[in-house]
Write a protein that binds this ligand. Structure first.
Ligand SMILES: [Zn+2]
Length: 251
């Protein structure tokens, strides 16, 4: 089995012919998968699929990607999407990386962590404004303090306390939380079930044993001294780092 054999298929997302819209999640996941498998650097090395093979052998489920490479790939559309809406496209990139592995281990997670690096000029912290909310930005600063490393849920399994209907809900990354549905749509709500009580409003409770967690840490980042105008106080950002990035900051 090799990377170039077109006949090899993996358990990646299947794209039905009728659902081929250019930015459906399945199509985007496949585009990211193709980037990982086919990108060649200036020396014609397949740097990402080689990195993936090395990491998979070590059970390291992360991939470090240079954004400059992604900008050069194809029409640069994938990089543009990632930079303008990382909350939507980074998880798709991470699914694409996982699906690019040819022989996935049975315990491989459904998403690899993608660690992005970039050599473009960083932005001074104080130039960040409302137009940057939700976008990918590059800033430099000094880490003033760090919180303890905590386990943060990445997905929660919740159950209705009346009918035990369970759901898996995603948790927003960074400082975000999760939103529980207010109403249960379990079987007790269906007609023709006279013996069962109707579920009350907000019936869901978390099942901690069936939820997934990742390491998470908060940092206080101060802008660089040379970016502070004379006579002004330095500004701070609160940053959340997760999964493998947390290990990097501790070094
Ligand atoms: Zn219920």
């Amino acid at each position: 089995m090799d990377w170039d054999a077109q006949v090899v298929t993996v358990s990646g997302p299947h794209v039905p012919a009728t659902e081929g819209s250019a930015d459906s999640p399945q199509v985007v996941v496949q585009q990211f998968q193709q980037f990982v498998r086919t990108f060649q650097d200036a020396r014609h090395d397949f740097i990402y699929r080689d990195q993936l093979t090395q990491h998979a052998a070590l059970k390291n489920y992360s991939l470090t990607v240079d954004l400059t490479d992604l900008r050069r790939y194809g029409s640069g559309e994938l990089a543009e999407r990632l930079e303008t809406n990382p909350e939507k496209y980074l998880p798709l990139f991470e699914s694409g990386v996982a699906s690019a592995v040819l022989l996935p281990a049975p315990d491989q997670p459904s998403r690899y962590q993608v660690i992005l690096k970039d050599d473009k000029q960083s932005r001074p912290v104080r130039t960040l404004g409302s137009a940057d909310v939700g976008k990918l930005v590059l800033v430099r600063g000094i880490v003033l303090s760090t919180s303890d490393v905590k386990a943060k849920a990445t997905t929660l399994t919740i159950a209705c306390r009346n009918c035990m209907n369970t759901k898996v809900i995603p948790v927003h990354w960074g400082l975000g939380g999760a939103r529980f549905p207010r109403q249960c749509d379990g079987s007790a709500q269906q007609p023709g079930r006279p013996g069962q009580q109707k579920c009350p409003l907000e019936p869901f409770v978390v099942l901690p044993d069936r939820s997934e967690y990742a390491d998470s840490q908060l940092l206080k980042l101060q802008e660089l001294p040379e970016e502070v105008p004379t006579g002004e106080m330095p500004r701070h950002l609160r940053c959340a780092v997760e999964r493998e990035s947390e290990a990097i900051t501790l070094q």
